[in-house]
Design a protein. Structure first.
Length: 249
């Protein structure tokens, strides 16, 4: 078969495409490490922007829905805890705050706010509220009595119980049930079967825990659980333990 004569036009076209292909390959090789270097920063910026967006949404919801009880910026109100306190924000993880908002606190004016429990908020709105509260932590004031305080630094006087010896046991247990509903049920469940916190009912390990140990945990806290020394009297704490024992029996 005779050899095809050279075609200068075809050869020039082939060389041109090869040069462009080489240029594109060099661009891709150079672009990949640049992308590797830039992408983590872009993702971090996107995450930060998302947190800012959620916090702004949560702030608006808080002012409209929550500030009437919890005060402006969570600074405390006459009927609700101080949520911008260092003690609260350091002791509660985000999942706990979301759970409190979603399901409410039985026995108090804090009703459920999740759509799943008959409330007005979507899960994203609850996350927004939690993100907003978490944004307050950096400059949160110390309010040890955050559960009962009014405006930051102004403590509401606790309701005291009569001495146990002056009240029938059934009355003290009833008072203990009210203390438990207002302060403990949101984490340990209204039936003591556990929720965010461990179970305290008849089938739990708390049955074997001595009364004095339960009193110490409620008073001083343990792990993620805050202490109630500043918000409950010793009589109220003892009444709560008596109520727990009555459920365990």
């Amino acid at each position: 078969m005779p050899e095809r004569p050279p075609d200068p036009t075809l050869e020039a076209s082939t060389n041109r495409w090869m040069r462009w292909g080489l240029i594109l390959m060099v661009i891709m090789v150079l672009a990949f490490p640049i992308y590797r270097l830039a992408e983590p920063g872009r993702r971090a910026d996107a995450a930060e922007d998302r947190i800012t967006e959620l916090a702004e949404q949560g702030e608006q919801l808080f002012e409209l829905t929550c500030s009437g009880c919890h005060g402006p910026e969570g600074s405390g109100g006459g009927t609700a805890p101080t949520l911008n306190s260092k003690e609260f924000l350091q002791s509660a993880v985000d999942d706990q705050i979301e759970s409190l908002i979603a399901t409410g606190v039985p026995g108090t004016q804090m009703s459920p706010y999740s759509l799943n429990f008959g409330g007005p908020f979507t899960q994203e709105q609850i996350v927004g509220l939690t993100t907003y509260l978490r944004s307050l932590e950096a400059e949160a004031p110390s309010v040890p009595d955050w559960q009962t305080s009014g405006q930051a630094g102004e403590a509401a006087p606790p309701t005291t119980l009569p001495e146990e010896s002056q009240e029938p046991e059934a009355t003290v247990i009833e008072q203990g049930s009210e203390v438990f509903a207002a302060n403990c049920a949101a984490c340990h469940g209204t039936d003591l079967s556990g929720q965010v916190g461990p179970a305290l009912n008849a089938g739990s390990s708390a049955v074997a825990t001595p009364d004095e140990d339960l009193i110490a945990v409620i008073t001083d806290g343990q792990g993620a659980m805050p202490g109630f020394r500043s918000s409950l009297t010793p009589e109220q704490i003892e009444a709560a333990v008596m109520f727990i024992r009555s459920v365990q029996d």
